[in-house]
Design a protein around this ligand. Structure first.
Ligand SMILES: Cc1cc2nc3c(=O)[nH]c(=O)nc-3n(C[C@H](O)[C@H](O)[C@H](O)COP(=O)(O)OP(=O)(O)OC[C@H]3O[C@@H](n4cnc5c(N)ncnc54)[C@H](O)[C@@H]3O)c2cc1C
Length: 466
């Protein structure tokens, strides 16, 4: 018998996904979604801004901005919520998909320096200045012996990549990748939690990650309702929505509001979670917590281990809009990431810059066909902070740093906005610890438990079976 009443705590993407799937799966169960803020969506926040003194509008993202097409959990939502017509895609063949850059400051003293295009094919690899470094790392790894000690059950991304591909590969490529996804230090981040496919490839390849990726994975059975979404996503590199990622959370909210078996309590701070007792104003037999783990720890009267074991990385997200076409600001492509300085985190604080106009120009009005040369405005997003720590920053300071990276000074932005984001950093051992994060009739999910990506959060919400 499904329970009469389930409380879902936290109206971010994970809580919304959980309430959505539970309400469909258990139509006779009453579901109450409780969110502290007035708006639902958590870190997902898309805002359309009309530029001062104009009728032009740009869509700016404070949180996630593009999604990878292989995440079936989100494709299923797009299908079930009828959002297909809202999707905008970047094909794999587009320059915005193929040209991804790495900026290695000259002062780092590495063999690789300056703005480098990451190879997107074998042909581009052959002509790339990164070729010798990558070739040495990849060939060495392919022929290298199994070198993971049997008692190592997890390790940091930096330790893993150093062990398999060498120190310079781990710092230059690994740390930059981690800056782009987790805004964190790759020496702190768990490989098994953050990049389980690397860990699995090493096992599949008999000790070699490259050999593992060359071997076919056994197909996994699933029951996603996808309609024609796999066809839609064929040859797509990344995608978003005409009105941003918030399209997804808005559609989930509308769906839930219309359901008879769902009640949404906004501006309601869950302050105490007790198994029994008079102080519980809302009584439910089952609880799904999609709260940040530290928030769950602060309200739970029952001991649940490991809730504060992982640090959170705080990242400053600065959207800049320039009155000039992208061709006058930056090269055509997805954006660039900057690796960790060899001497540790000090100095320049930018982790990476996303060239939003290249992949997401269809969101802006009016959308210009040859946007790269003809668009009147350019939007970029700068991410800074994370492992550099909190510190003062200014827009002129950001422009100074970008001038060094891009070799040309961006003009003064006509509009800018800032948001602070917080992303969990699962440290080594996270995978094992999370198996112990359990309570009676409480399901603990969210970006602090499974992966942090949008796809992972939607998946976690989907996988709650009462
Ligand atoms: C800046 C940034 C950029 C990102 N970019 C990407 C990207 O490009 N691609 C990608 O896949 N992922 C990206 N992510 C990750 C992804 O967006 C997040 O992991 C995901 O949105 C987290 O969703 P959540 O519901 O688990 O948590 P949250 O969004 O944190 O939701 C938790 C909710 O709980 C509520 N809450 C907290 N305490 C209480 C309480 N006591 N009572 C009631 N409610 C409470 C909060 O108000 C919040 O709404 C990004 C994240 C950030 C921060």
């Amino acid at each position: 018998m499904p329970p009469q009443h389930v409380a879902v705590l936290g109206g971010g993407l994970t809580g919304l996904s959980s309430a959505f799937h539970l309400s469909r799966r258990y139509p006779s169960t009453q579901i109450t979604l409780i969110e502290r803020q007035k708006r639902l969506g958590g870190w997902v926040r898309s805002e359309r801004v009309v530029l001062p003194g104009t009728t032009t509008s740009v869509l700016l993202e404070a949180g996630p901005r593009t999604l990878r097409p292989h995440g079936k959990s989100v494709l299923e939502l797009i299908h079930l919520l009828n959002l297909r017509d809202e999707v905008i895609t970047v094909p794999k063949s587009a320059t915005a998909a193929k040209a991804r850059f790495l900026y290695v400051p000259k002062m780092y003293g590495d063999k690789i320096e300056g703005m480098q295009t990451l190879p997107s094919s074998i042909v581009s690899l052959l002509g790339s200045p990164l070729f010798p470094t990558l070739l040495q790392a990849v060939v060495g790894e392919f022929f290298g012996r199994r070198n993971r000690p049997p008692d190592v059950l997890d390790e940091s991304v930096d330790a893993f990549l150093t062990r398999r591909f060498g120190e310079s590969f781990a710092r230059i490529f690994g740390s930059a990748l981690v800056h782009g996804i987790y805004a964190a230090d790759s020496r702190q981040l768990s490989t098994r939690a953050a990049f389980p496919s690397l860990w699995e490839a090493e096992e599949r390849g008999g000790g070699s990650v490259v050999r593992g990726f060359l071997r076919k994975k056994a197909p996994v059975e699933d029951d996603y309702e996808l309609g024609n979404m796999l066809d839609v996503m064929k040859d797509v590199s990344v995608y978003s929505f005409r009105d941003g990622i918030q399209t997804l959370t808005n559609a989930l909210e509308s769906y839930l509001v219309a359901r008879d078996n769902v009640r949404i309590l906004r501006e309601t701070n869950v302050s105490l979670l007790e198994k029994t007792g008079d102080t519980c104003k809302l009584s439910s037999s089952h609880v799904v917590s999609a709260l940040p783990l530290a928030a769950l720890q602060s309200i739970s009267s029952v001991f649940i281990p490991h809730l504060t074991a992982n640090p959170m990385s705080t990242v400053d997200v600065v959207n800049l809009v320039f009155r000039a076409p992208p061709s006058e600001i930056h090269p055509e492509g997805f954006g660039y990431l900057i690796p960790r300085p060899p001497t540790g985190y000090a100095g320049c604080r930018i982790l990476g810059v996303v060239f939003d106009s290249c992949s997401l120009h269809e969101q802006d009005k009016p959308n210009v066909e040859d946007y790269y040369h003809k668009s009147e405005y350019t939007k970029v997003t700068v991410m800074l902070g994370g492992p550099y720590g909190r510190g003062e920053w200014t827009v002129p300071g950001i422009l100074d740093e970008m001038e060094v990276h891009l070799g040309r000074r961006p003009p003064r932005p006509v509009y800018w906005q800032h948001h602070e984001g917080r992303i969990p950093t699962p440290t080594p051992g996270h995978f094992t610890r999370m198996k112990e994060v359990v309570g009676d009739n409480i399901f603990i999910i969210g970006s602090g438990v499974g992966g942090v990506s949008v796809v992972d959060c939607v998946f976690a919400g989907r996988e709650v079976y009462l």
